[in-house]
Design a protein around this ligand. Sequence first.
Ligand code: 13P
Ligand code: SF4
Length: 334
Amino acid sequence: MQELAFAEKNLTKRGFLDIDVDPTLDLVAEIEKLKKEKNAIILAHYYQESEIQDIADYIGDSLGLSQQAANTDADIIVFAGVHFMAETAKMLSPSKKVLLPDLKAGCSLADSCPPHIFRKFKEKYPDHVVVSYINCTAELKTLTDICCTSTNAVQIIESIPKDKGIIFAPDRNLGAYLKKKTGRDLVLWNGTCMVHEIFSHEKITKLQMRFPDAKFIAHPECEAHILDMADYVGSTSGLLKYSLETDAKDFIVATEPGIIHQMEKASPEKNFHPAPPANTCACNECPHMKRNTMEKLYLCMKYEQPEIILPEWIIKEGVASIDRMLEVSAKAGL
Ligand code: 13P
Ligand code: SF4
Protein backbone atom coordinates (compact mmCIF):
# COMPACT_ATOMS: atom_id res chain seq x y z
CA MET A 1 0.00 0.00 0.00
CA GLN A 2 2.84 2.34 0.96
CA GLU A 3 4.64 1.35 -2.23
CA LEU A 4 1.57 2.22 -4.28
CA ALA A 5 1.26 5.64 -2.66
CA PHE A 6 4.93 6.22 -3.49
CA ALA A 7 4.27 5.14 -7.08
CA GLU A 8 1.35 7.54 -7.46
CA LYS A 9 3.44 10.42 -6.12
CA ASN A 10 6.26 9.67 -8.53
CA LEU A 11 4.02 9.11 -11.50
CA THR A 12 2.65 12.66 -11.39
CA LYS A 13 6.07 14.10 -12.09
CA ARG A 14 7.65 11.55 -14.38
CA GLY A 15 4.84 10.03 -16.47
CA PHE A 16 5.93 6.48 -15.57
CA LEU A 17 6.53 4.37 -12.47
CA ASP A 18 10.08 5.10 -11.40
CA ILE A 19 10.52 2.03 -9.20
CA ASP A 20 13.64 -0.11 -9.28
CA VAL A 21 13.11 -3.47 -10.99
CA ASP A 22 15.22 -6.42 -9.85
CA PRO A 23 17.59 -6.94 -12.83
CA THR A 24 17.53 -10.72 -12.30
CA LEU A 25 13.75 -10.88 -12.74
CA ASP A 26 12.53 -12.83 -15.78
CA LEU A 27 10.40 -10.01 -17.18
CA VAL A 28 8.91 -12.12 -19.96
CA ALA A 29 7.65 -14.72 -17.47
CA GLU A 30 6.40 -12.04 -15.05
CA ILE A 31 4.51 -10.17 -17.76
CA GLU A 32 2.94 -13.40 -19.05
CA LYS A 33 1.83 -14.19 -15.47
CA LEU A 34 0.32 -10.72 -15.01
CA LYS A 35 -1.54 -11.00 -18.33
CA LYS A 36 -3.29 -14.17 -17.12
CA GLU A 37 -3.93 -12.99 -13.56
CA LYS A 38 -5.49 -9.71 -14.67
CA ASN A 39 -7.12 -10.77 -17.95
CA ALA A 40 -5.00 -8.14 -19.68
CA ILE A 41 -4.13 -7.84 -23.36
CA ILE A 42 -0.99 -6.16 -24.71
CA LEU A 43 -1.48 -4.25 -27.96
CA ALA A 44 1.80 -3.14 -29.53
CA HIS A 45 2.63 -0.93 -32.49
CA TYR A 46 5.27 -2.04 -35.00
CA TYR A 47 7.58 0.77 -33.82
CA GLN A 48 8.01 -0.73 -30.34
CA GLU A 49 11.28 -2.36 -29.39
CA SER A 50 11.56 -6.01 -30.50
CA GLU A 51 11.20 -7.52 -27.01
CA ILE A 52 7.90 -5.72 -26.49
CA GLN A 53 6.63 -6.79 -29.93
CA ASP A 54 7.50 -10.39 -29.05
CA ILE A 55 5.46 -10.40 -25.85
CA ALA A 56 2.43 -8.59 -27.31
CA ASP A 57 -0.88 -10.34 -27.94
CA TYR A 58 -1.38 -8.27 -31.04
CA ILE A 59 1.12 -6.26 -33.10
CA GLY A 60 -0.16 -3.96 -35.78
CA ASP A 61 -0.65 -0.59 -37.43
CA SER A 62 -2.91 2.14 -36.12
CA LEU A 63 -6.01 0.74 -37.83
CA GLY A 64 -5.46 -2.82 -36.64
CA LEU A 65 -4.78 -1.63 -33.11
CA SER A 66 -8.03 0.39 -33.03
CA GLN A 67 -9.98 -2.59 -34.35
CA GLN A 68 -8.48 -4.80 -31.63
CA ALA A 69 -9.19 -2.23 -28.92
CA ALA A 70 -12.82 -2.00 -30.04
CA ASN A 71 -13.34 -5.76 -29.98
CA THR A 72 -11.34 -7.19 -27.08
CA ASP A 73 -13.02 -8.84 -24.11
CA ALA A 74 -9.98 -8.36 -21.86
CA ASP A 75 -10.50 -6.30 -18.69
CA ILE A 76 -7.28 -4.35 -19.12
CA ILE A 77 -5.77 -3.02 -22.35
CA VAL A 78 -2.04 -2.37 -22.02
CA PHE A 79 -1.02 -0.12 -24.87
CA ALA A 80 2.57 -0.45 -25.99
CA GLY A 81 2.50 2.57 -28.24
CA VAL A 82 2.03 6.30 -27.84
CA HIS A 83 -0.49 8.47 -26.02
CA PHE A 84 -2.95 9.14 -28.88
CA MET A 85 -3.18 5.38 -29.54
CA ALA A 86 -4.00 4.60 -25.90
CA GLU A 87 -6.55 7.45 -25.89
CA THR A 88 -8.20 5.96 -28.98
CA ALA A 89 -8.40 2.59 -27.22
CA LYS A 90 -10.02 4.25 -24.19
CA MET A 91 -12.54 6.06 -26.38
CA LEU A 92 -13.48 2.80 -28.09
CA SER A 93 -13.63 0.78 -24.85
CA PRO A 94 -14.45 3.33 -22.13
CA SER A 95 -15.44 0.73 -19.53
CA LYS A 96 -12.03 -0.93 -19.69
CA LYS A 97 -8.87 0.08 -17.90
CA VAL A 98 -6.34 1.32 -20.47
CA LEU A 99 -2.71 1.51 -19.39
CA LEU A 100 0.23 3.20 -21.11
CA PRO A 101 3.71 2.37 -19.71
CA ASP A 102 4.87 5.98 -20.11
CA LEU A 103 2.40 8.86 -20.30
CA LYS A 104 5.05 11.03 -21.92
CA ALA A 105 5.18 8.81 -24.99
CA GLY A 106 3.68 11.53 -27.18
CA CYS A 107 3.74 12.29 -30.90
CA SER A 108 5.05 15.31 -32.81
CA LEU A 109 2.06 15.16 -35.16
CA ALA A 110 -0.46 15.23 -32.32
CA ASP A 111 1.50 18.06 -30.65
CA SER A 112 1.50 20.10 -33.87
CA CYS A 113 -2.25 20.59 -33.78
CA PRO A 114 -3.48 22.22 -30.54
CA PRO A 115 -7.30 21.99 -30.50
CA HIS A 116 -7.90 25.64 -29.49
CA ILE A 117 -5.93 26.86 -32.53
CA PHE A 118 -7.43 24.27 -34.85
CA ARG A 119 -10.94 25.36 -33.79
CA LYS A 120 -10.23 28.86 -35.13
CA PHE A 121 -8.70 27.45 -38.35
CA LYS A 122 -11.79 25.29 -38.88
CA GLU A 123 -14.08 28.33 -38.52
CA LYS A 124 -12.58 29.72 -41.73
CA TYR A 125 -14.01 26.74 -43.66
CA PRO A 126 -17.50 26.28 -42.21
CA ASP A 127 -18.75 23.98 -45.00
CA HIS A 128 -15.74 21.66 -45.02
CA VAL A 129 -15.63 18.12 -43.70
CA VAL A 130 -12.78 17.62 -41.21
CA VAL A 131 -10.71 14.48 -41.76
CA SER A 132 -8.05 13.94 -39.09
CA TYR A 133 -5.24 11.45 -39.17
CA ILE A 134 -5.68 9.29 -36.08
CA ASN A 135 -2.30 10.67 -34.88
CA CYS A 136 -4.00 13.55 -33.03
CA THR A 137 -5.25 14.18 -29.51
CA ALA A 138 -8.58 12.93 -28.20
CA GLU A 139 -9.73 16.56 -27.99
CA LEU A 140 -8.91 17.15 -31.65
CA LYS A 141 -11.11 14.17 -32.47
CA THR A 142 -14.06 16.09 -30.97
CA LEU A 143 -13.51 18.68 -33.76
CA THR A 144 -13.23 15.97 -36.43
CA ASP A 145 -15.93 14.47 -38.65
CA ILE A 146 -14.02 11.33 -39.58
CA CYS A 147 -10.60 9.94 -38.66
CA CYS A 148 -8.29 7.99 -40.92
CA THR A 149 -5.07 6.01 -40.67
CA SER A 150 -2.45 5.57 -43.35
CA THR A 151 -4.05 2.22 -44.27
CA ASN A 152 -7.53 3.58 -44.99
CA ALA A 153 -6.86 7.28 -45.79
CA VAL A 154 -7.61 7.00 -49.54
CA GLN A 155 -10.89 5.16 -48.90
CA ILE A 156 -11.91 7.68 -46.22
CA ILE A 157 -11.29 10.65 -48.54
CA GLU A 158 -13.15 8.88 -51.35
CA SER A 159 -16.13 8.23 -49.04
CA ILE A 160 -16.77 12.00 -48.85
CA PRO A 161 -19.08 13.45 -51.55
CA LYS A 162 -17.09 15.11 -54.36
CA ASP A 163 -18.80 18.49 -53.93
CA LYS A 164 -17.66 18.75 -50.29
CA GLY A 165 -14.52 20.64 -49.30
CA ILE A 166 -12.17 18.80 -46.94
CA ILE A 167 -9.79 19.97 -44.21
CA PHE A 168 -7.05 17.43 -43.57
CA ALA A 169 -5.11 17.55 -40.26
CA PRO A 170 -2.51 17.31 -38.88
CA ASP A 171 0.01 15.70 -41.30
CA ARG A 172 0.82 17.88 -44.31
CA ASN A 173 2.91 15.13 -45.94
CA LEU A 174 0.20 12.48 -45.79
CA GLY A 175 -2.24 15.22 -46.87
CA ALA A 176 -0.14 16.12 -49.93
CA TYR A 177 0.15 12.44 -50.82
CA LEU A 178 -3.66 12.06 -50.57
CA LYS A 179 -4.21 15.12 -52.77
CA LYS A 180 -2.12 13.44 -55.45
CA LYS A 181 -3.70 10.01 -55.02
CA THR A 182 -7.35 11.10 -54.94
CA GLY A 183 -7.25 14.31 -57.00
CA ARG A 184 -9.16 16.10 -54.20
CA ASP A 185 -8.28 19.63 -53.16
CA LEU A 186 -7.59 19.28 -49.43
CA VAL A 187 -6.97 22.19 -47.09
CA LEU A 188 -3.90 21.05 -45.13
CA TRP A 189 -2.84 21.66 -41.55
CA ASN A 190 0.91 22.25 -41.34
CA GLY A 191 2.05 19.35 -39.10
CA THR A 192 4.77 16.74 -39.63
CA CYS A 193 6.14 13.60 -38.03
CA MET A 194 9.61 14.25 -36.62
CA VAL A 195 10.76 10.79 -37.73
CA HIS A 196 9.48 10.80 -41.29
CA GLU A 197 10.45 14.35 -42.24
CA ILE A 198 14.19 13.84 -41.85
CA PHE A 199 15.06 11.18 -44.41
CA SER A 200 17.91 12.21 -46.68
CA HIS A 201 17.37 12.03 -50.44
CA GLU A 202 21.15 12.10 -50.96
CA LYS A 203 21.95 9.32 -48.48
CA ILE A 204 19.13 7.13 -49.80
CA THR A 205 20.49 7.59 -53.34
CA LYS A 206 23.92 6.48 -52.11
CA LEU A 207 22.37 3.41 -50.48
CA GLN A 208 20.54 2.63 -53.72
CA MET A 209 23.90 2.72 -55.52
CA ARG A 210 25.23 0.13 -53.05
CA PHE A 211 22.13 -2.05 -53.53
CA PRO A 212 20.98 -1.33 -57.09
CA ASP A 213 18.32 -4.08 -57.10
CA ALA A 214 16.82 -3.04 -53.76
CA LYS A 215 13.19 -1.94 -53.60
CA PHE A 216 12.78 1.42 -51.90
CA ILE A 217 9.63 1.47 -49.73
CA ALA A 218 8.31 4.46 -47.80
CA HIS A 219 5.58 5.51 -45.37
CA PRO A 220 3.28 8.32 -46.62
CA GLU A 221 4.29 10.51 -43.65
CA CYS A 222 7.58 11.07 -45.57
CA GLU A 223 8.11 14.23 -47.59
CA ALA A 224 7.03 14.30 -51.26
CA HIS A 225 10.60 14.26 -52.64
CA ILE A 226 11.23 11.00 -50.75
CA LEU A 227 7.90 9.45 -51.77
CA ASP A 228 8.67 10.30 -55.41
CA MET A 229 11.69 7.97 -55.22
CA ALA A 230 9.69 5.03 -53.83
CA ASP A 231 8.78 1.76 -55.53
CA TYR A 232 5.98 1.38 -53.00
CA VAL A 233 4.27 3.76 -50.53
CA GLY A 234 2.14 2.40 -47.71
CA SER A 235 1.29 2.16 -44.02
CA THR A 236 3.42 -0.01 -41.75
CA SER A 237 1.24 -3.06 -42.42
CA GLY A 238 1.30 -2.23 -46.14
CA LEU A 239 5.10 -2.05 -46.13
CA LEU A 240 5.32 -5.35 -44.27
CA LYS A 241 2.97 -7.06 -46.72
CA TYR A 242 4.83 -5.64 -49.73
CA SER A 243 8.18 -6.84 -48.36
CA LEU A 244 6.75 -10.33 -47.88
CA GLU A 245 5.09 -10.58 -51.28
CA THR A 246 7.73 -8.89 -53.43
CA ASP A 247 10.43 -10.92 -55.00
CA ALA A 248 13.49 -8.83 -54.13
CA LYS A 249 16.43 -9.64 -51.90
CA ASP A 250 17.06 -6.14 -50.55
CA PHE A 251 14.70 -3.45 -49.29
CA ILE A 252 15.48 0.13 -48.23
CA VAL A 253 12.88 1.05 -45.65
CA ALA A 254 11.85 4.68 -45.04
CA THR A 255 9.88 4.52 -41.82
CA GLU A 256 10.65 3.96 -38.14
CA PRO A 257 13.02 0.95 -38.04
CA GLY A 258 10.97 -0.95 -35.41
CA ILE A 259 8.97 -2.48 -38.28
CA ILE A 260 12.11 -4.23 -39.57
CA HIS A 261 11.81 -6.75 -36.72
CA GLN A 262 8.58 -8.09 -38.25
CA MET A 263 9.96 -7.87 -41.80
CA GLU A 264 12.95 -10.00 -40.82
CA LYS A 265 10.73 -12.49 -39.01
CA ALA A 266 8.43 -12.80 -42.03
CA SER A 267 11.23 -12.96 -44.63
CA PRO A 268 14.44 -14.17 -42.93
CA GLU A 269 16.16 -14.66 -46.31
CA LYS A 270 15.81 -10.96 -47.26
CA ASN A 271 17.87 -7.93 -46.21
CA PHE A 272 16.26 -4.78 -44.82
CA HIS A 273 18.22 -1.53 -44.76
CA PRO A 274 16.84 1.40 -42.74
CA ALA A 275 16.75 4.57 -44.88
CA PRO A 276 19.23 7.09 -43.40
CA PRO A 277 18.14 10.42 -41.96
CA ALA A 278 19.74 13.75 -42.91
CA ASN A 279 20.94 14.49 -39.37
CA THR A 280 24.18 13.28 -37.81
CA CYS A 281 22.41 10.59 -35.80
CA ALA A 282 22.68 7.22 -37.54
CA CYS A 283 19.24 5.99 -36.60
CA ASN A 284 15.74 7.18 -37.20
CA GLU A 285 13.95 5.87 -34.12
CA CYS A 286 10.84 7.56 -32.74
CA PRO A 287 11.88 8.87 -29.30
CA HIS A 288 8.26 8.72 -28.15
CA MET A 289 7.65 5.11 -29.15
CA LYS A 290 10.96 4.12 -27.61
CA ARG A 291 10.06 5.58 -24.19
CA ASN A 292 8.32 2.27 -23.49
CA THR A 293 10.61 -0.40 -22.09
CA MET A 294 10.08 -3.93 -20.77
CA GLU A 295 10.63 -2.62 -17.22
CA LYS A 296 7.97 0.08 -17.60
CA LEU A 297 5.61 -2.43 -19.21
CA TYR A 298 6.06 -4.81 -16.28
CA LEU A 299 5.60 -2.07 -13.65
CA CYS A 300 2.52 -0.66 -15.33
CA MET A 301 0.88 -4.10 -15.42
CA LYS A 302 1.83 -4.82 -11.82
CA TYR A 303 0.52 -1.52 -10.37
CA GLU A 304 -2.10 -0.83 -13.07
CA GLN A 305 -0.64 2.61 -13.64
CA PRO A 306 -0.25 4.95 -15.49
CA GLU A 307 -3.87 4.79 -16.58
CA ILE A 308 -5.50 6.78 -19.38
CA ILE A 309 -8.33 8.87 -17.95
CA LEU A 310 -10.42 11.01 -20.28
CA PRO A 311 -13.26 13.42 -19.51
CA GLU A 312 -16.63 11.92 -20.44
CA TRP A 313 -17.47 14.70 -22.91
CA ILE A 314 -14.29 14.02 -24.88
CA ILE A 315 -15.10 10.33 -25.17
CA LYS A 316 -18.72 11.08 -26.16
CA GLU A 317 -17.93 13.77 -28.73
CA GLY A 318 -14.70 12.27 -30.06
CA VAL A 319 -15.58 8.62 -30.55
CA ALA A 320 -18.02 9.29 -33.41
CA SER A 321 -15.11 10.24 -35.70
CA ILE A 322 -13.39 6.91 -34.94
CA ASP A 323 -16.60 4.88 -35.29
CA ARG A 324 -17.20 6.43 -38.73
CA MET A 325 -13.66 5.52 -39.75
CA LEU A 326 -14.15 1.91 -38.62
CA GLU A 327 -17.45 1.70 -40.54
CA VAL A 328 -15.91 2.92 -43.81
CA SER A 329 -12.93 0.58 -43.30
CA ALA A 330 -15.19 -2.43 -42.72
CA LYS A 331 -17.17 -1.63 -45.88
CA ALA A 332 -13.90 -1.37 -47.82
CA GLY A 333 -12.85 -4.76 -46.41
CA LEU A 334 -9.94 -3.30 -44.43
P1 13P B 1 0.73 3.21 -39.17
O1 13P B 1 1.32 2.09 -38.38
O2 13P B 1 -0.76 3.21 -39.04
O3 13P B 1 1.20 3.17 -40.59
O4 13P B 1 1.22 4.58 -38.53
C1 13P B 1 2.54 4.93 -38.46
C2 13P B 1 2.84 5.88 -37.35
O5 13P B 1 3.59 6.81 -37.47
C3 13P B 1 2.24 5.63 -36.08
O6 13P B 1 2.67 6.59 -35.18
FE1 SF4 C 1 4.24 10.37 -33.94
FE2 SF4 C 1 6.00 10.05 -35.89
FE3 SF4 C 1 6.47 8.91 -33.55
FE4 SF4 C 1 4.49 7.99 -35.15
S1 SF4 C 1 6.67 7.93 -35.57
S2 SF4 C 1 4.38 8.39 -32.93
S3 SF4 C 1 3.80 9.89 -36.09
S4 SF4 C 1 6.36 11.11 -33.92
